[in-house]
Design a protein around this ligand. Structure first.
Ligand code: HEC
Ligand code: HEC
Length: 109
């Protein structure tokens, strides 16, 4: 019986090949501040700069889940430095972290 449950669980969690790759990803074009994160929508992630404590590097910017505009997600990954959250801030805002957005400190983008 236990083995049956495990098999069922495995099938559910791995999907059947045609699962929607955007499931669980919000369409950021429908978000109040666009790409920039807001406290309301980011919940536990707000005010944090260790983005990859929660997000998985290999999962971000893999598919275009934004309706109405066509996004070259591969080029985004070419522009970011996963060790440096300020490279996220140019698009996703400062996430409530003072100084994360280069412009906040008077720097130029
Ligand atoms: C403590 C965990 C945590 C940290 C740290 C974190 N996030 Fe998040 N982030 C989340 C969660 C959970 C969601 C989904 C929020 C929801 O749907 O309610 C999310 C959603 C997002 C989204 C919107 C995508 C979507 O599906 O809604 C973006 C963009 C994002 N995070 C970027 C970042 C960036 C950039 C950083 C670092 C500056 C960061 N996150 C740090 C937990 C985190
Ligand atoms: C050049 C702009 C740009 C930069 C820089 C950028 N992002 Fe994104 N990000 C986007 C766009 C556009 C989307 C929406 C992609 C979609 O779903 O179509 C997105 C989506 C996301 C999502 C939601 C899941 C997904 O992949 O759709 C997360 C999480 C995220 N970004 C994290 C980060 C983190 C962490 C960094 C920095 C290491 C970063 N982003 C840097 C533009 C950017």
């Amino acid at each position: 019986m236990t083995r049956l449950w495990l098999t069922a669980l495995l099938l559910i969690s791995t999907g059947c090949g045609n699962a929607d790759p955007c499931a669980g990803t919000r369409d950021l074009s429908q978000s109040p501040a666009g790409l920039a994160l807001t406290q309301q929508e980011h919940g536990v992630g707000w005010g944090q700069q260790e983005c990859f404590q929660c997000h998985q590097i290999w999962k971000i910017h893999q598919q275009d889940c934004t309706s109405g505009v066509s996004i070259d997600v591969a080029s985004i990954n070419d522009q970011i430095d996963v060790e440096d959250a300020s490279t996220c801030a140019t698009c996703h805002g400062d996430n409530g972290v003072p100084g994360l957005l280069p412009a906040d400190t008077g720097g130029t983008l």
